[in-house]
Design a protein around this ligand. Structure first.
Ligand SMILES: Nc1ncnc2c1ncn2[C@@H]1O[C@H](COP(=O)(O)OP(=O)(O)OP(=O)(O)O)[C@@H](O)[C@H]1O
Ligand code: SF4
Ligand SMILES: [Mg+2]
Length: 320
């Protein structure tokens, strides 16, 4: 059963200059399509990873799912409730409390003047819930110790702080956690520990994750399903084994070819070729056509639909 259902989701931002400048300089309005007609489902108690280069619309989708940003068109439902349209306030409140978000920067997202205990129980206390011993229990669940509850955020390392963020997210007993690059700021070894922790908690607490990352290799081992975004469009979706063994979209193939190839100095070689186009004036037809080695005339004129192909879903005129 799907917990999250995203249907034809589109989000357009008005990035025009101020009105007076536009009039004086005779500029048209400029609109940026950050998310374009994205449809996907996240199964209950699964991990869905959304990957893509910078600016591909990952965070915008995450923010719409948690209700921080409204869609321009299309919809997101969580357990059948559409936060942007539901009129029953009880249903909206319940659904909101079912969702938590964890951000990239564990430094910025913890109040430096609060003790860890107060940070963790705050979402529960705000609703008048019972908080006795809650912070201590959750700290142990995330691999810290009960007495850490009395400390301040600056007394912890980056990885430990991200564990505190996880504990705080768990406090309100969510069903869905949206993680936006939760480990990108951490060292590789610490990253793996936090990812393992999140996977374990999924089983313990029956959680569902929308996990956002720019790095395919980070999500390879934890995700049940991976969606690849390009310029706000979902181009391919598959289980990790399928995606890595048999990538069907030329963009996914390019990402995988470029992925973790390091030279002798640990530097990345072979980055994806070509520039990401301007999202204000995206290429016609398939947005990937200027960079695609397989592009033909139809690619320039018609946007490819997302179709089932073996165990995957792919949006490409020539995928085989
Ligand atoms: N509030 C906003 N106003 C205008 N443009 C925005 C806004 N938020 C996002 N954008 C634009 O929408 C596009 C997608 O942004 P988004 O933050 O979703 O990308 P991302 O995939 O999360 O990138 P990154 O990996 O850099 O975090 C970008 O071109 C961005 O500049
Ligand atoms: S539709 Fe055409 S341009 Fe787009 S990825 Fe497929 S082959 Fe390449
Ligand atoms: Mg982002």
């Amino acid at each position: 059963m799907a917990l999250v259902e995203i249907s034809n989701l589109t989000r357009v931002f008005d990035v025009s200059k101020p009105w007076l400048n536009r009039v004086l300089e005779r500029l048209p309005k400029s609109l940026l399509t950050a998310v374009s007609d994205v449809s996907l489902q996240i199964e209950d108690r699964s991990i869905y990873a959304l990957v893509g280069e910078s600016g591909s619309g990952k965070s915008t989708i995450g923010k719409i799912v948690v209700g921080l940003t409204a869609p321009s068109s299309g919809s997101v439902t969580i357990g059948g409730v559409d936060l942007a349209r539901e009129s029953d306030r009880g249903a909206v409140e319940q659904t909101r409390s079912d969702i938590q978000m964890i951000f990239q920067d564990p430094y910025a997202s913890l109040n430096p003047r609060w003790r860890v205990r107060d940070i963790i129980v705050e979402p529960v206390a705000a609703k008048g819930g019972k908080t006795d011993g809650l912070a201590e229990r959750l700290l142990e669940q995330v691999g810290l110790v009960a007495r850490d509850a009395g400390k301040f955020p600056h007394e912890f390392s980056g990885g430990q702080r991200q564990r505190i963020c996880v504990a705080r997210a768990l406090a309100s007993e969510p069903r869905l956690i949206v993680c936006d690059e939760p480990t990108s700021a951490l060292d590789v070894s610490v990253q793996a520990q936090v990812l393992n922790l999140m996977s374990d908690l999924k089983d313990t607490f029956g959680l569902t994750y929308l996990f956002i990352s720019h790095d395919l290799t980070v999500v390879q081992h934890m995700a049940d399903r991976i969606g690849v975004l390009y310029l706000g469009r979902l181009v391919e979706e598959a289980a990790p084994a399928e995606l890595f063994a048999d990538p069907k979209h030329p963009y996914t193939q390019m990402l995988l070819a470029a992925a973790p190839k390091m030279d002798g100095f640990g530097r990345e070689v072979d980055p994806p070729k070509g520039e990401i186009p301007d999202p204000i004036n995206p290429p016609s037809g398939c947005a990937f056509h200027p960079r695609c080695p397989l592009a033909t005339d139809v690619c320039k004129s018609e946007r490819p639909a997302m179709l089932d192909l073996r165990e995957a879903r792919v949006a490409c005129h020539h995928a085989m």
